[in-house]
Write a protein that binds this ligand. Structure first.
Ligand SMILES: NC(=O)c1ccc[n+]([C@@H]2O[C@H](COP(=O)([O-])OP(=O)(O)OC[C@H]3O[C@@H](n4cnc5c(N)ncnc54)[C@H](OP(=O)(O)O)[C@@H]3O)[C@@H](O)[C@H]2O)c1
Length: 282
């Protein structure tokens, strides 16, 4: 990979390679600084804020082909590599069951062999553990997710379906109620994760889970890849979905890079923000 990335903030930097850009953020340095797990999320978005659009082949949404790209995917993998737990959603496992999703951290992909080594050198398991947020508990559990001593955790709402809880526990999952009958709360979830010993947590989930992390005041950093494309459309998802934040969540720019090579030379921006927002729910 050529040295193409230019840092624009906080300093105007020399051209540097894509590979290693987000490993250099060294997210594991923040663990236990506050006595809580450090939580970060990431989205690739169009200029008009679409992270997902309607999928005509299925009910539901998918990441637009117009924004997905290998260079963003490399950085997504570098973020996932640094986690000891990845958060995803019931939707993700339903997509997996339907053959439309796969492992989040792609350690078996030869392009990411260095990331596998990065984890091994730090004494981390090959795969981070996984936490699924789901009210319905209606999802299949791929065997590979509970193999090789990987911990599979489910956060759900109050009074969950006891048959489903028993089925998940029989497959080796740990089920925690972390909310009321309506919603999982980010702060309750983070307390449980911290008690379980997690220190570096990556949310690869979508807009509703992003909302509960923000409204619970537990998100520390937001990574965005901004592709300079307008997609339009009327059915789409943005980076956050849920009740209005009152007050709004404030974020402070952490770093900004220009990648001129993405999308056949159209380019894209890699942006990260530190969250300053405060908790507004339990
Ligand atoms: N462009 C990007 O970077 C990016 C990143 C992430 C996701 N996406 C896309 O965005 C779309 C939506 O992703 P997603 O479904 O993972 O997003 P999501 O809206 O965060 O999660 C949806 C599912 O999570 C559970 N859930 C969410 N909030 C909850 C709450 N407060 N309490 C309890 N359970 C809750 C529910 O599962 P149950 O239905 O099982 O109850 C719900 O169906 C997908 O097309 C995905 O591919 C794009």
């Amino acid at each position: 990979m050529s040295d193409a990335i230019r840092q624009l903030y906080p300093v105007f930097g020399e051209a540097q390679p894509l590979q290693g850009l987000y490993l250099a953020h060294d997210l594991r340095q923040y663990r236990q600084q506050s006595g809580k797990a450090y939580v970060y999320a990431n989205f690739v978005t169009s200029l008009d804020g679409r992270i997902a659009i309607a999928d005509p082949a299925h009910q539901g949404t998918k990441v637009p082909e117009a924004t997905a790209n290998d260079r963003d995917w490399r950085l997504f993998q570098e973020l996932a590599t640094q986690a000891d737990l990845i958060i995803s959603s019931g939707r993700y496992l339903r997509d997996w069951g339907a053959g439309r999703a796969q492992e989040i951290l792609q350690v078996d992909d030869p392009r990411f062999a260095d990331l596998r080594a990065w984890r091994r050198e730090r004494g981390l398991s090959t795969q981070p553990d996984i936490a699924i947020v789901s009210a319905s508990l209606s999802f299949p559990i791929p065997d590979v997710l509970t193999a090789a001593a990987r911990r599979f955790i489910v956060f759900t709402t109050a009074n969950p379906n006891s048959d489903r809880v028993a089925e998940i526990e029989k497959k080796g999952g740990l089920v925690f109620v972390a909310g009321d009958e309506e919603t999982v709360y980010g702060a309750q979830m983070l307390d449980i994760l911290t008690d379980l010993g997690y220190s570096t947590v990556y949310s690869a989930a979508g807009p509703q889970i992003h909302h509960l992390l923000l409204s619970g005041g537990v998100l520390d950093r937001l990574y965005l890849t901004l592709t300079p494309r307008l997609l339009g459309g009327v059915q789409y998802a943005t980076i956050v979905s849920g009740a209005l934040f009152s007050p709004p969540v404030d974020l402070e720019l952490n770093a900004l890079y220009h990648d001129p090579l993405a999308l056949d030379g159209l380019g894209q921006l890699f942006i990260s923000y530190n969250c300053l927002g405060q908790a507004s729910s339990p």
